[in-house]
Every structure is written in C-alpha cells, then in structure tokens.
Design a protein. Structure first.
Length: 505
C-alpha cells in the first residue's frame, strides 16, 4: 500500500505527506511571483517543441493568484482546462485536468484490498506457505520474498507486511538464523516488488497518468527488472542466512536471550501446523489472482509490446483500460470477494466504506500534488522551469539522461515520502524532458519509481522500515549495516536497466 506513515518513535517526527505538500503549495505559489511566465509551442500531441520557448504575460492579477491558491485542492480534484487559454478552474469548459479519476481509483482499490484482508485468506495463505517450508530454510526465504515481491509489484504491498513479523521471526530463529534474516526477508521482499512496480497503481499508475501515458507502457522493461532484482535480493538474503547458520558469531544483529533455545517452540507450539485453507479462502485467493491478472491484461498495449512499435495499431481484443474502468473493476471485485466469503450485506458494506476511508490519505495526497501543478500551470511557469533544465539534457546521451532522472529523484523521494505525491509533482516536468532527450516517457516513469523504491528500503521516515525493525527487535543501525551492500548492488543494477531501457527506446 502507498504512503507509509512516519515513525512515531521518540524524538522529532518527520512531517506527513499532507503537511509537506501544503508547505510545497504555498512555496510554489510564492515562487510564481518571482519566476517569469513563459511557454513552448506544442505539437499535435500537445508535447512541447524543443527550442520554441518564449516569454509571455501570465495575465493574472494578485486576486487571480490568491484564488488559485485557495482553490488548489478543488482544482487538483476536478479542475477543467480551457482548451483556448490553457487555464484550469472548476467551472471552465474543456478537458478534465484534475485527478478525480485517480482519486476514485485509489479509494476503489483500497476497498478491494480491505475486503480481501477481512476474509483472512491472504494472511492464511502466506502463513501456510511459511509453515510448509519451515524445514527448508533457503526455500522458505525465497518463497516468502517472492510472494511479498509479487504483491508489491502489482498493488504496492508494503505496510501490510508489518503483521507477519510474529510469524516469520520465530520461524527464522527456529532454523538457526537471526532476526535480521526475518527482517530482510520481509522488508526487502516487499520493497523490491514496489521498487520494480509493474502495475502498482500507487506508483506506476499515478506516475503514468501524470506523464500522459498508459499504465502498461514500459511494462516489459519493468517486468525484466523485477525478475532480476528479486532474484538478486533473494540470493543476498539467503547468502547472509547461510553464513549466520554456519557461524552464529557472524550475525550482525546478535541474538536476544532465549532466541536460540525457545524459537522452535514459538514457531510451532502445538506440534502441528496452522489451519488449512478453507474452500472460501481458496476461492478468495483465486479471485484475487484473477482480478490482478485481468488488470494487467486490460492495461497492457499488447500490439506495441509484441511488435516493439509504439505506433502499432491496437489489436481488436485489446481493452486499453484506464483509471475509470479500473476503479469500476475493483469496486465490482470487492463485492464479488465479499459475496464469495459470505461476509453478509452489513459487514461487506461497512468493510468497503472502511477500506475507502483507510485510503483517503494517499488519495488526498494526489489531489494536493495536482493542485500544485494547477498553480504552476495558471501562472504559466511550468514551461519556464522546464526550459531551465532543457539545456542540461540537450545533446545528452539517452542512457545518461535516464540515469540522471533516477539520481535526481533520490533526494526528492526523501523529501516527499508519498510516492503518488512525488509522482504527481515531478512527472509534469520529467515527462517533457524525456521528449527533448529522445527517451520514452515510460523509461522516465521506471527511473522515477526505482528512485522512490530504493530510498524506501532504508529511510527511517517510513513505518515499513522503522516499524519493521522495531517489531523484529533489531537495531536500525544494524539493519543499515545489513542492507548497505545490497543497496549498492541495486543502485548499479537500476542504473544499468534504465540506461539500457533508454538506449533501446
């Protein structure tokens, strides 16, 4: 899931994504008085034409600008862009500029995921997998990391992993591993999936929408990258686990009193296994798999993916779905799962409402971030910012440009902990830059989400990381020592993947 909460431990708290975006909104509004207005000529597709930037008068009075600041959240949700003037407002006539479609989609997928968890099927399925592989350590690590990585790459599964430490930690200790093995299995497993998001709606979906491309664009590169980085991460954790198993003194975290003696009893206190999957659980897991498989099928531009030509004519069976259809899909799927699990009308209704409520935070983040772009658009400074960086990418090799996109987004990912907020803010600038550099916008989306995912594997401002090490009873400094070599390996591999992806597009 997206937008992990900041740590609530002792000491000063990192501001929430909503607070950061509120500050950014005011800061950008003030800067719009200083940054000169300008624009590019546009081609038939609406993309800026390189070298055509020129200064213009924004035509806005102080009252107009104040009105934009006041209405920025409203415009971020359902602002309409006037086709003639390019201005955005809630009562204009033209195309939807706000993020209402993405907003509803986030609430719909929140409802679906919450209903799935309410059935207990996903928890039971992962628990059963871990129990059946408990006697084969390397296979257990690989199995759990793969499941978490799959869930991360298709739906941003991250915060949900916090509920599995009570199961995974005793199992790993019983096999002669330390608590860092359990921590790495969970955090790295899910984190790599999110880093290489193929169709994750909170990362790839929001970024693709902001970049003006399909959710399925670039899925081949992201899939190959996901397979490779997941395999590398599993090998890394397994290598450390075997080292600790052979020589416990080489553990980076050490062992707490009772870890070595009592773990076996904690892992399986009754001598038996967890309850088997019921028929209902099996049906729910099947529906879950089918829904996400159908989502992938519905958004992939199959003609382009199979022929390698961006302008290929779509096949007759391609759906070409976007956020409105996907929102409807997940709302219907939530009802189907609830009916299959026999939750009852009252329980199903309340669970859907609760699920949408739980996801209102990331949905609002998207709205606020879009509101910032409206302020920049109406003040006509977006193209000025774009022009200021145009010279840096003009003539740069496409591979170098893709790597720079990844590197530049690393500090931004720290400052803006919301993946969807980060995407909505950055993509209006990064996507046109890709056009200037002759690089596919899909590669820019991949480089951006890799930066966000790489940072979230270790930054202490996310509940997934800081909450995970707390639940595993592992020092944060010890986790950093454990994950640092892997971060270096991933950094090099990501740069290689985005560079190759840019070169071939």
């Amino acid at each position: 899931m997206e937008d992990p909460a900041p740590s609530r431990g002792p000491g000063p708290r990192f501001p929430s994504a909503l607070t950061i975006l509120a500050i950014v909104t005011v800061a950008v509004w003030i800067l719009a008085f200083v940054i000169p207005s300008g624009t590019y000529d546009r081609n038939a597709d609406g993309a800026p034409v390189e070298g055509t930037y020129h200064r213009v008068d924004s035509g806005q009075s102080f009252v107009d600008r104040l009105n934009d600041l006041f209405l920025s959240p409203v415009n971020g949700l359902y602002g309409i862009q006037d086709a003639r003037t390019g201005q955005v407002g809630p009562s204009l006539a033209g195309e939807l500029y706000g993020s209402a479609g993405v907003f509803l989609f986030v609430l719909a997928i929140g409802a679906f995921i919450t209903v799935v968890f309410a059935t207990g099927a996903l928890d039971r399925g992962i628990g059963l997998l871990a129990h059946r592989l408990r006697a084969r350590g390397a296979l257990l690590i690989a199995g759990v990391m793969t499941v978490f990585s799959v869930l991360g790459t298709v739906e941003g599964f991250a915060e949900e992993t916090l509920g599995f430490y009570g199961l995974i930690v005793p199992l790993m200790l019983a096999l002669g591993y330390d608590r860092l093995v359990a921590t790495g299995t969970i955090i790295v497993g899910a984190g790599i999936g999110v880093l290489c998001s193929t169709v994750n709606p909170f990362a790839t979906g929001v970024a693709s929408s902001a970049a003006g491309i399909s959710l399925g664009d670039g899925i081949v590169l992201r899939f190959v990258m996901w397979v490779a980085l997941t395999a590398v991460s599993i090998l890394y954790v397994v290598h450390y686990a075997r080292r600790v198993q052979r020589d416990p003194s080489r553990s980076l975290s050490g062992f707490l009193p009772g870890d070595r003696e009592q773990a076996e009893a904690e892992a399986d206190p009754a001598g038996g296994g967890p309850p088997e999957l019921t028929r209902t659980h099996q049906v729910v897991l099947t529906l879950l798999t089918l829904v996400f498989a159908f989502m992938i099928f519905s958004v992939v531009p199959w003609s382009s993916a199979l022929t390698g030509r961006a302008d290929a004519t779509p096949y007759g069976w391609e759906l070409g779905w976007s956020f409105p259809q996907l929102a409807a899909l997940f709302l219907v799927a939530a009802v189907l799962v609830g009916v299959a699990a026999r939750l009852g009308e009252a329980a199903l209704s309340s669970t859907i409402i609760q699920g949408a409520a739980d996801f209102i935070s990331p949905a609002l983040v998207i709205v606020l971030a879009r509101g910032v772009t409206v302020i920049m658009n109406n003040a006509r400074i977006t193209d000025t910012v774009l022009h200021s960086i145009e010279g840096a990418v003009r003539g740069a090799p496409s591979a170098l440009f893709a790597v720079l996109v990844f590197v530049v987004n690393l500090p931004l990912a720290f400052l803006i902990p919301s993946t969807s907020g980060h995407a909505t803010l950055a993509m209006p600038i990064l996507a046109p830059l890709a056009d200037f550099a002759g690089v596919s916008r899909a590669v820019v989306v991949t480089a951006w989400q890799a930066a966000s995912g790489w940072m979230n594997l270790w930054v202490p401002t996310t509940a997934v990381t800081i909450g995970g090490v707390a639940l595993a009873k592992v020092g944060y400094n010890k986790y950093l020592r454990f994950v640092a070599p892997l971060l270096a390996i991933l950094f090099v591999l990501i740069c290689a993947f985005v560079a190759v992806g840019a070169a071939f597009t």
